[in-house]
Ligand binder design. Structure first.
Ligand SMILES: [Zn+2]
Length: 114
């Protein structure tokens, strides 16, 4: 975490988890959509149409929910990595200035050797 805003030096700085949010949502949607389609494609075509539709909806919703949850977790993990390595965006709550972490390798140099 950055200690202060580079513009106004305020320490009221929040992290903007853009990558995590976007990747999490994208992962959930992708997983839900693909699992829903996969579930629908597995339905027996010899079943009566009404039954097929009911089965398709139920299967798509159930598997979609399950995979959306999984996809969201995968996406959030991926987005977390993106935030930490690429985006790493911060937002000053006092002046509204957005900035990247000026020093990602925040080391403590206390001058003490143990
Ligand atoms: Zn500021």
């Amino acid at each position: 975490m950055p200690s202060s805003c580079p513009l106004c030096h305020s320490d009221r700085v929040e992290t903007r988890c853009t990558g995590r949010r976007v990747a999490g949502a994208a992962g959930a949607i992708t997983a839900a959509a693909s699992s829903g389609l996969a579930a629908m494609s597995r339905i027996d075509p010899t079943l009566p149409p009404a039954f097929r539709v009911a089965t398709a909806v139920t299967t798509a919703v159930l598997s979609g929910l399950a995979f959306a949850n999984l996809g969201c977790k995968v996406g959030a993990t991926l987005g977390d990595a993106i935030d930490k390595t690429v985006l790493r965006r911060f937002n000053c709550l006092d002046c509204g200035f957005s900035f990247c972490d000026p020093d990602p390798q925040t080391n403590h140099h206390d001058g003490e050797n143990t």
